[in-house]
Design a protein around this ligand. Structure first.
Ligand code: NAP
Length: 485
């Protein structure tokens, strides 16, 4: 059974004990005191003996990410006193004192290895764990996880090492490694380290104790794969939804390159990740890797949501639900209406699929006309040049290009002549809330709607697919507003 261990980094014993009491009150099952944070080591350790949970004393050296610079003699003298006062002891692999650790018994000894720069290959990870286990009661190895490949290596190494029946904790440090903390028990880890509160982390990617306790030992894990993911608002929206629905779950961010899709799917299988969103550039490339694609995603040719149904990965598309609910929200019936779609990428596919299914008469235009032509053929729309489109009259216009989005040219891909009173103009862009297209549409008294609703409705639909729970629109809308930069 994995225990939550709060790592305490305080400059003196009194502050450390105060934090320890706070952590115990919040449900910490174990405390790690980082005595290397203290410029003066405490002479008297008896106040620590009053703490009624397991305690670990650590004096980590600089080369393994700590602050300890004293002599080995001083270190031994302190760890000896700590062991006598009921602490378990954490010592770094390769430290000269490791060969003496048996003298600290009956204190339990953790031999640990930290690499703050990288995750090595599987064989080296296992070797580190074997070396740590040789002289300890628990081996601990923590590596900086920077890529999806690193994460996959760590998860696989944990699998192989678990066959040894040794006691161990394996940690992926950094945002990409957070899942190794959330699902520590599935990796076979004895401890999952947490901070007492946000901002008090002693290692990158640590959860705060309140979140760790809320999640419990076996939370539902979801997230998003794509690249880049810097500006995604999905974690904020889904994590708010988990709380609101009282589902013990979390939504994580996994930056994944195209050649790392298989690594991610290995991690999904090994850790039992419940589902995930898929964004640029994986919406189409992921299709051949999945066990099944539902008919909607099949028609669109792109997947934005994957649901793990008892080990079978099912590809779905909730972007199209996002588009549909947006039109419903504004009471727009597109049947028989002339509609223009700007752009021929992933978002255009969902918009076209909806408009055609609902009986609109759809034109599509794009910078690269060949792409507009192939989507037109696929969905039963007409590809037109902007010149032709500008001479026609549309009741519905949907922008599916990134023009107007933060970081992109603040322009429109079509002349303002196409905009007129009474039209329904939707921009899939939501940041900023008013793009040049929407500003111009409002000036012409058209109904101007940005991509916020599409984003929220697709997220609500994905959330329901993973959890079986429907969450109020307002929950995600509030989280969206708070997270919008
Ligand atoms: P995509 O697959 O990369 O397609 C982008 C499209 O925009 C392509 O047709 C591209 O034309 C065109 N384009 C790009 N830069 C252009 C420029 N400078 N001038 C004219 N056209 C340009 O991207 P996507 O996934 O469809 O996303 C497009 C937009 O939709 C993004 O702004 C995204 O934020 C938004 N979106 C919103 C939601 C939501 O829930 N609200 C969901 C998905 C996407 P070429 O074919 O010539 O390259």
């Amino acid at each position: 059974m994995t225990r939550t261990c709060v790592a305490i980094w305080e400059a003196d014993a009194a502050s450390a004990i105060a934090v320890a009491r706070e952590a115990i009150a919040l449900g910490a099952e174990c405390l790690e005191f980082r005595f290397d944070a203290m410029p003066l080591l405490p002479d008297d350790l008896t106040p620590f003996e009053q703490l009624e949970v397991r305690r670990i004393a650590t004096l980590r050296e600089r080369e393994q990410g700590g602050e300890w610079e004293g002599t080995n003699e001083k270190k031994w003298e302190f760890l000896w006193r700590a062991a006598k006062s009921g602490f378990d002891i954490d010592l770094e692999l390769g430290h000269p004192l490791v060969h003496r650790v048996h003298l600290l018994r009956p204190a339990k000894v953790i031999v640990s290895y930290h690499d703050h720069k990288k995750t090595p290959q599987i064989a080296r990870i296992i070797e580190s764990l074997v070396e740590c286990a040789a002289r300890s009661d628990m081996a601990k190895a923590a590596f900086s996880v920077r890529t999806m490949h690193d994460l996959a290596q760590l998860v696989e190494a944990a699998h192989w090492f678990s066959l040894s029946r040794e006691r161990y904790t394996i940690i992926g440090m950094g945002e990409m490694g957070t899942v190794t903390r959330v699902l520590a028990h599935r990796l076979g880890s004895i401890l999952s380290y947490a901070s007492v509160s946000q901002g008090k982390e002693t290692a990158p990617g640590q959860l705060d104790l309140e979140t760790a306790k809320w999640l419990g030992k076996d939370p539902l894990v979801t997230g998003i794969i794509g690249n880049p993911l810097d500006h995604t608002l999905s974690p904020a929206m889904h994590n708010a939804a988990f709380r609101a629905a009282a589902v013990r779950g979390i939504y994580l961010k996994w930056v994944t390159m195209v050649d790392e899709l298989e690594d991610f799917l290995d991690v999904t299988e090994a850790l039992g990740i419940k589902g995930f969103n898929v964004t640029i550039p994986h919406k189409e490339p992921i299709v051949p890797f999945l066990d099944r694609i539902d008919p909607v995603a099949e028609r669109i040719g792109a997947v934005n949501t994957v649901v793990n149904e008892d080990g079978s990965l099912v590809g779905r598309n909730t972007d199209v639900i996002g588009v549909e609910r947006t039109f419903e929200r504004y009471n727009v019936d597109v049947k028989g209406k002339a509609a223009l779609v700007l752009g021929a990428g992933g978002a255009s596919r969902s918009v076209l699929s909806f408009l055609i299914a609902k009986g609109a008469d759809v034109d599509i235009t794009n910078r690269t006309m060949g792409k507009a032509e192939s989507l037109a053929k696929m969905f039963g729309a007409d590809a037109v040049t902007t010149r032709v489109a500008e001479e026609k009259q549309y009741e519905v216009i949907v922008n599916c290009t990134p023009l107007g989005m933060k970081g992109f040219p603040q322009e429109m891909s079509i002349s303002p002549h196409v905009l007129r009173e009474g039209q329904f103009v939707m921009d899939t862009v939501y940041n900023p809330p008013v793009t040049p297209l929407l500003a111009e549409a409002s000036r012409k008294n058209a109904v101007a709607v940005n991509g916020k609703d599409m984003l929220i409705y697709q997220a609500l639909a994905s959330f329901e697919m993973w959890t079986g729970k429907a969450v109020e629109y307002d929950v995600m809308e509030r989280a969206f507003r708070e997270a919008l930069p």
